[in-house]
Ligand binder design. Structure first.
Ligand SMILES: C[S@@+](CC[C@H](N)C(=O)[O-])C[C@H]1O[C@@H](n2cnc3c(N)ncnc32)[C@H](O)[C@@H]1O
Length: 386
């Protein structure tokens, strides 16, 4: 199938699912005029799940597979760079890019700071709306900066691309009307708030599951806003990923006696709102789930020294096994109970407030709702790529 056919299929799939935002019709036009393949390198990377490795897909050798990597589906990212076996850059899922641009409420003439240039695609979309010379983008990887600059120049987008660590923002051009990050943070850097004008907006992937849109207060001393949707992004570079489940499990820390787990593990596997609530309540706990042959499984760890497995086999009662200083299965049950006691809020019922010296997530009401501290976890690590 040719590139244009794949592209059209992806656009149609987004139409069927209602993923083109009605309030921002410019975004569909921008994506049509600036398709993602104009920013894709000649070598993409495909995740081979049976071998557990990324394998290269070269445009010259396999043009159709290359196109399939780019235009697979609305929720599929395209990995464009692999470093040490891990994805280090990607063209994010088209549906998420579109959703985040919609959350930004971008207007012509706005001055925009993007953190995480990557291929330059999102920067080009931002410039399509904001206008020439209105967007500056910061990328930590100098090699990516050169490639993005070349692609942006080729499509005629006037964007300033700079090498730097996005956590410092870019004070030289501040204040900005809009700040958008395309890598995930646990804590929103205060520099982003300081560099956004009062009333301006910051959109960023937050934590391991969602993206938030924050409005900077009129006095500039805080920024606050709601979770806008799902978004699983690669984490900010330079953060230690912490230990994974296998490493912690095999460290041989004392185990606790197996016990019944009296919650529905199938639900844990399927319900993104539940997963989001657990992630807010237990910020450093990683949860991976699977369901097969009538059974359901969950693997938990805290990136440091505690682990748990939850297992439900067909016709059996669910069992929790756990080890290490924390009892993660019990912690999970308590957080699950709390979510139910709150009436099972959606992820859209949560929000985030950022102040100079503290940040917290809240549910339903920033002032009066329940709160959870943010960024106190042992690890600042995301295991999925967008
Ligand atoms: C998902 S990709 C970006 C996608 C990009 N916006 C595009 O349209 O191709 C995330 C990017 O963030 C960059 N990045 C990660 N941490 C960063 C940091 N602290 N400062 C600047 N860039 C960072 C990565 O190198 C990577 O290129």
């Amino acid at each position: 199938m040719f590139l244009d056919e794949r592209r059209a299929r992806l656009a149609k799939a987004m139409e069927r699912r209602g993923q083109w935002p009605e309030r921002s019709p410019w975004i569909r036009r921008a994506v049509e005029e600036l398709p993602r393949h104009l920013f894709a390198p000649a070598r993409l990377w495909h995740w081979d799940s049976s071998a557990g490795v990324y394998v290269p897909v070269d445009r010259m050798a396999a043009p159709d597979r290359w196109a399939a990597e780019l235009y697979a589906g609305p929720d599929d990212p395209t990995v464009t760079q692999v470093t040490g076996g891990r994805a280090s850059c990607s063209l994010s899922c088209q549906a998420v890019v579109v959703d985040m641009l919609d959350s930004l409420l971008l207007e012509p003439g706005h001055r925009v700071l993007e953190l995480g240039t990557g291929t330059g695609w999102n920067a080009a979309l931002l410039a399509y709306r904001a206008g020439p010379g209105r967007v500056v983008s910061v990328e930590v990887d100098p090699q990516l900066v050169d490639a993005a600059h070349a692609c942006l120049t080729a499509v005629g987008a006037e964007v300033a691309v700079q090498v730097g660590d996005g956590s410092a923002g870019r004070p030289q051009g501040a204040p900005y009307d809009r700040v958008i990050a395309t890598y995930a943070v646990e804590k929103v850097p205060w520099a982003w708030v300081e560099q956004t004008r009062p009333g301006g907006r910051i959109v960023t992937p937050w934590g391991r599951l969602g993206h938030v849109a924050l409005t900077v207060a009129e006095d500039g001393r805080s920024a606050s806003g709601w979770v806008q949707g799902l978004a699983q992004f690669m984490p900010t570079r330079g953060v230690h990923p912490g230990r994974d489940w296998k490493q912690i499990r095999s460290a041989g820390l004392p185990e606790h006696a197996d016990r019944p787990f009296v919650r529905d593990i199938q639900r844990l596997h399927q319900d993104v709102h539940l997963l989001f609530a657990l992630r807010v309540a237990l910020p450093e706990v990683h949860i991976r789930t699977a369901a097969r042959d009538g059974g359901a499984y969950a693997w938990l760890h805290d990136g440091d020294s505690s682990w748990a497995t939850l297992t439900l086999r067909d016709d059996e009662k669910a069992v929790a096994c756990q080890g290490g200083p924390r009892r993660l299965a019990e912690e999970l049950e308590r957080a699950w109970d709390q979510w139910q006691a709150l009436g099972e809020p959606d992820l859209y019922d949560y929000g985030l407030t950022v102040e100079p010296h503290r940040q917290y997530a809240w549910c339903r009401d920033a002032a009066t709702g329940p709160r959870w501290p943010v960024g106190t976890g042992a690890t600042d690590h995301v295991s999925l790529t967008s």
